[in-house]
Design a protein around this ligand. Structure first.
Ligand code: AVW
Length: 258
């Protein structure tokens, strides 16, 4: 039995904090593109980094609250012009490839989204350090972990702030392209303002048969959640065809086959 086992730092089932977390946050903040500062109010990177760290350092990693991130979010609230937001669920890479050449914005393009993109973090009660051994897993440990709560609060603000037409890229190769347990399903869709239009794009993995479509039951569920909120809904089944016309080269899972 190793020393780290006894320290308890390895007790969680999720990945540990990303090495050099603070340094990465600082660098990403300093290098965040000037021309899109308008998507967030502040650019005091020192202050933002400190607010980020103090949200979770020394705290129980399973007791994250929205309140913990309030100061951080207030420092760099995501604000995006109408008609430019692209949401996603299980389709991050494709959504970004769709958004980028069109000047559209995913959460990862806003300041806080870009700082935290693909990073992991958690602290340990009574310690000034990050736990680099392990962090709580959503399923196996606790839902109120700092990573999950961060994406929830940020996504909530992002969706609330949206105006005009909002787009969402969903994976039609899954049984349920719309999943009520996802952040899109439980946080973003239910926080869209009345009178917003949501345009869903279903994407089908070229190697797999389509399993869900605009007329499938998961999309019907999404439609009913939205109609209760007076959000208009449009659904299209073929994002890949649309992408092919405008941008033929795509890499990765959703790539266009030769
Ligand atoms: P998912 P969701 N970097 O693919 O609908 C790292 O099922 O739940 O999609 N982790 C992230 C990031 C990121 N940039 N963004 C979200 N996560 C976490 C935010 C989060 O815990 C965007 F606006 C999420 O549950 C999308 O419209 C999971 O990774 C929406 O949330 C991805 O699960 C995608 O969330």
């Amino acid at each position: 039995i190793h020393k780290w086992y006894h320290s308890g730092l390895n007790r969680w089932h999720g990945l540990g904090s990303t090495a050099d977390f603070q340094k990465i946050i600082q660098e990403r903040c300093d290098n965040y593109p000037q021309q899109i500062w308008s998507y967030s109010r502040s650019r005091n990177c020192q202050e933002i980094k400190q607010a980020f760290m103090s949200a979770f350092i020394s705290k129980d990693p399973c007791k994250a609250t929205k309140e913990d991130y309030r100061r951080l979010i207030d420092l760099a609230d995501p604000t995006v012009p109408c008609n430019k937001i692209v949401l996603w669920s299980k389709t991050k890479e494709l959504a970004r490839e769709y958004a980028k050449p069109r000047g559209l914005v995913t959460l990862e393009d806003t300041l806080l989204g870009s700082l935290a993109d693909d990073l992991h973090w958690c602290g340990e009660p009574g310690s000034p350090d990050l736990n680099t051994w392990s962090c709580p897993d959503w399923k196996k440990d606790c839902r109120t972990n700092y990573l999950t709560v961060f994406w929830e609060v940020l996504s909530e603000r992002f969706a609330e702030s949206a105006c005009g037409t909002v787009q969402v890229v969903l994976d039609g190769s899954l049984e349920n392209a719309f999943n009520e347990m996802s952040i899109f399903g439980r946080v973003e869709a239910p926080n869209l303002k009345p009178m917003v239009t949501l345009q869903a794009w279903l994407v089908h993995d070229p190697g797999k048969p389509p399993r869900d479509s605009c007329s499938g039951s998961s999309i019907t569920k999404l439609k009913s959640i939205l109609s209760e909120r007076n959000v208009r809904f449009i659904c299209r089944d073929n994002l890949r065809k649309f992408l092919k016309k405008r941008k033929p080269i795509l890499n990765g899972k959703y790539g266009v086959s030769p």
